[in-house]
Ligand binder design. Structure first.
Ligand SMILES: *Cc1c(COP(=O)(O)O)cnc(C)c1O
Length: 418
């Protein structure tokens, strides 16, 4: 199936979802971006340059690892993991960002802006801007700036300006709104590096295209390493970019695709980020596109929660909204508690430290593997690594020795600076 075949004339729509809902003033900029993207997508040389850049800068292709210990322990399907955690800056986000960097060069723009929640996308964007020589501004909710100091530290040291957004709840959706405002004002020389497969067309298609490198590699690697395709593929879903990335390698195959959302405190708690699995979201238009949003009856956005900051978002990519309705992708959710348990298990049995986001995919896979046969195969996308998130993970695991270490550091700092 070609989800990006718009020959029915409804460019940028996936079923009823997607589209462009932006102020008139951005129309020309979005059209310029779309034209440039169409040119890049049709140009094999662009894709070759993109792949070469990721090979030489980010360590692609990332390997596939067979988790023999975990598979044996669970006693069911053989578990394989696509290691996108091994990318430079520690996650799949760099794929999209490097691609958009090349595109920005072709657009002839010299400045980039981006929104970030947890800071991973901002960190990747600041890295790319340093390499390409772009001026870089990162919009981040003031609450997130306060709680994500390590990523803010790196962004600033990489030369980006981090702008703390004081509107609304001072988190990701407020940062997105502020970023849009900047784009409206500075569109002549500024490209907006959107961080996931959401927002107005062509972003969902464009980000999915850059991330498809994960699935292209994974399909070939599975055939080579396991001798056949997996029966199921699991990925976590925030905006949906890493999942779109790996799923695209298996869309036309007899492979079941499963997305795992941020279940937070669980179904019915209203303290979660699950739009599709918990059935709490409704269709609406916000932030430039139409999809399922976690919103109330008046269309105001709900507060969301996940132990994994990267999954903590109100909307979901419009392609998934459509594939969900069609039953092409199955959506499940993992709770914060389940995530902590799965992370401990993966660390102890395999020496792998998946990011809290990626661990959501592990939770669902670990639940289902024992119900499958030993000759069956599942593939999990490890979208990022957790060791860079030591502050968050140590907090999540409520590690007493870590707390006393941080307390000691604080005392030492105060003593030295008084
Ligand atoms: C940002 C992030 C995600 C969530 O974003 P998607 O667009 O849904 O992929 C998942 N995993 C990691 C490691 C992230 O940094």
């Amino acid at each position: 199936m070609d989800i990006f075949d718009f020959s029915d004339g409804r460019e940028g729509y996936y079923g009823e979802y997607g589209g462009v809902f932006l102020p008139e003033i951005l129309q020309a900029t979005i059209e310029e971006l779309l034209a440039c993207f169409r040119e890049c997508k049709a140009d094999p040389k662009f894709w070759q340059d993109y792949v070469a850049l990721l090979q030489n800068y980010s360590g692609r292709p990332t390997p596939i690892t067979h988790l023999e210990n975990l598979s044996r322990k669970l006693g069911g399907a053989q578990i394989y993991v696509k290691r996108d955690d091994l990318n430079h800056t520690g996650s799949h986000k760099i794929n999209n960002v490097m691609g958009q960097g090349l595109l920005c060069q072709r657009l002839g723009k010299s400045k980039v802006i981006a929104e970030t929640g947890a800071g991973q996308h901002g960190f990747a964007t600041a890295t790319m801007a340093a390499k390409f020589g772009f001026e870089c501004k990162i919009y981040m909710g003031a609450v997130d700036v306060a709680r994500q100091r390590p990523n803010v530290f790196w962004m600033e040291n990489l030369g980006a300006e981090v702008i703390a957004v004081e509107d609304g709840q001072k988190t990701l959706k407020d940062a997105v709104n502020e970023c849009m405002r900047d784009w409206v004002t500075n569109m002549a020389d500024t490209h907006y590096i959107l961080g996931t497969a959401c927002g107005p067309h062509p972003f969902p298609e464009m980000v999915s295209w850059f991330q498809s490198i994960i699935g292209l590699e994974a399909r070939e690697q599975m055939l080579k390493q396991a001798g056949r395709l997996p029966d199921r593929v699991y990925a976590c879903v925030g905006g949906g970019s890493n999942a779109m990335g790996i799923f695209q390698g298996f869309m036309d195959d007899d492979v079941e695709l499963i997305g795992s959302e941020g279940g937070g405190h669980g179904v019915g708690s209203y303290m979660h980020s699950s739009r599709l699995a918990y059935d709490d979201a409704t269709v609406g238009v916000a932030q430039g596109y139409k999809t399922y949003f976690l919103q109330n009856d008046e269309g105001n956005m709900n507060e969301t929660h996940s132990v994994a900051a990267g999954l903590d978002y109100i909307g979901v990519n419009p392609i998934f909204a459509h594939l969900h309705d069609q039953g092409k992708v199955r959506f499940e959710a993992a709770t914060d508690v389940e995530v902590k348990e799965a992370l401990k298990l993966t660390m102890r049995t395999e020496g792998l430290i998946p990011a809290l986001e990626s661990t959501h995919a592990f939770v669902t896979a670990i639940k289902e593997a024992p119900t499958m046969g030993k000759d069956q195969i599942i593939l999990i996308n490890q979208s990022g690594r957790g060791d860079k998130d030591i502050f968050t993970i140590a907090d999540a695991l409520d590690d007493a020795k870590w707390k006393s270490f941080i307390g000691g550091k604080a005392d030492q700092y105060r003593a030295e600076n008084n």
